[in-house]
Structures are given as C-alpha cells and as structure tokens.
Design a protein around this ligand. Sequence first.
Ligand SMILES: [Zn+2]
Ligand SMILES: [Zn+2]
Ligand SMILES: [Zn+2]
Length: 349
Amino acid sequence: MPGRARREADFQPELRKNLVTREWVIIAKGRGKRPSDFAPAGEREALPEHDDACPFCTGNESKTPPEVYAVRDGGRPNSPGWTVRVVPNKFAALRATGSEHLRTIGLHSARDGFGAHEVIIETPDHNKDLWEMDLAQIEGVIQAYWQRYLAYESREALQYVLLFRNQGLQAGTSLAHPHSQLIAAPVMPHQLQVELQGGAAYWEYLGRCVYCALMEDEMKSGERVVLETEHFLVVTAFAGRYPFETWILPKRHAIRFAAMTEAEATDLARVLKDVLSKLAGCLQRPSYNFAIHSAPTAEHNVRAYHWHLEIFPRITTLGGFELGSDIYINVVAPEDAAAYLREAEAPAA
Ligand SMILES: [Zn+2]
Ligand SMILES: [Zn+2]
Ligand SMILES: [Zn+2]
C-alpha cells in the first residue's frame, strides 16, 4: 500500500472522455481516496421492521392510491397479503390527466405535466435495502419493473419510461420504506438523447454498437470488471462522474429493457443483489441512485442502443464546478474502485 508521500508524488489528474456521450470528466486519482475515507450514510440503523405511520407498510394500504399491480399470496387488492405492490405516486411529478399539446408563453414553450409516476413498493419490510432481500423477493421486484415498463412503453403520447431508485438521504429519498419509482414522460430526457446520439454516431462510423464494443474491450483488459455472469457484465465506468459509478450491461445486444428473457431477468436480480451488497460492504451502506436506460418508446428505428443499468453512489457532493461546467470531478480512479468492489462482501449483519 503506497504511503502518503508516494501518493502525493503520483498526483496526476486525468481528463477522460465518456465513449458514448463524449462528455469529459476529471479523474483526480492522485487524491488517493480509499473507501473508508468516505463517511457512511448511517441513517438506516434505527429503522424498525414495521412503522405504523408509513404509507407503504402492510396494513396501511388505504393510505396510498389504489394499486395498479401486486404480487400477492392472498387477500383482496389494497389489503395485506402482498409481497410487491405498485401504486401511483400520491405526489406525482407527472399525472395521467392534462393535455398532450405544447403551448407557447412569449418566447418559451410549456406543456401540461402529462404522464405517469408510480411507486414500486419492493417489500412489506420497512427497513431493508434492496440487496438485503432474498433473491425471490428481488426477482419479484424485477418482474414488477418489467410489467410496469410494458404497461407504458407502447403508449403513443409518452416518449420515455425511466425506472429508478433512490436509497438514502444523500440520494434524495423522502420515504425510508424500500421502493423504486417509474416515471413515464412525454419528453425525452437530455441524458438519453446524448447517449442515443453517441450510439448512432458510433454505429455510423464503425458499424457496430458502442456498448457491445465497450464490453468486449472491458473484458479484454479486465481492469474495471467488477463481476461477470452468464448474461451480464458489471464494470466501473471508465469516465465515471461519481466515485464507484458502476454499470450493469446485458451481454446480449438488445435496445430495450423490456426485451429481456426470463433467464436474463432472473440473472439481473442476482447481479443487482451482488453489486449492491458489494457497494454496501465497501462504502458502509452509502446513499445511491440507480436508473435503467432503455431505448425510447416512441422511436421504432433505433438499433444503435443497448439498454443498461447505471448505479451512482452518492458519497461526494456536487460543487460549483460540476454545476457550472457539467464536468464532474471523480476522486476515485475507476480501476481502484473495481479492485475494491471485486474483493468486497456484503456488510456483516
Ligand atoms: Zn414502511
Ligand atoms: Zn450492443
Ligand atoms: Zn446510460
């Protein structure tokens, strides 16, 4: 292990370019941060298994809007007996009502917040992170993602469906009970647009999918590989914006998340459990976000895309440079992060 003097002598920040989006990031690896240098999120310790005041806990089904999907062993809809439950978000960012039309306000454009915003309640247990659930439970969550994704992806007026998860205060969680969210929007997110354009440009120049090329390259070098299964490759991002930014990539080229096979869905549950366990062990249960990126629903001609899941541990805060320039400073070299994660195990109970 290099000493402090050596680490300072090695200090050489590096600008790295994201192969897909062509965004630059600064890898300030000379700062030599170790996982233990980051403060643990630590807010979960005191949580009870059941909280009477929590709208997502069993017995409080009437405190949410009526369910739109559930996995249940028995009982009527909106009563106890479920293992996974999906409900519209009571404080929705987008709603099913409203006009689909664009309007102008002076020089500006606006439209009604039309779309959908759902909450996937992942378990009746109030105090578990996703990786702490047993495999069958996580498989149930993936099935819920899949079914709800399918429910929206063919709707003409909606351009994009995003599945995402916030864990912990630094990641923007407002309710502790384990849940993911789905937002179906009538507009295309900027990040996706940039990825789609990057994928299309790569295909045009080199005649192949940029993500397939990336996976081949990562498997060859192995430096950033966290783990590999039959259907997935997990790597830390070469130009990751966040320390320990980790991507889960399906090995089979498919543009849409919903084009998964049953075998891939089962494997994804396993992979997600393993990767999130490793992050929890390595970074002392950090706050994190993840999002599933999939080809847009409205475009039928996309071939130069490849769905994937991006995980962003939230162990540093964004500053003026990031917000003002859109160039992120990542203080952990992705190669070091991958090495730490390969060795990491779930935290001791
Ligand atoms: Zn709860
Ligand atoms: Zn591909
Ligand atoms: Zn992406």
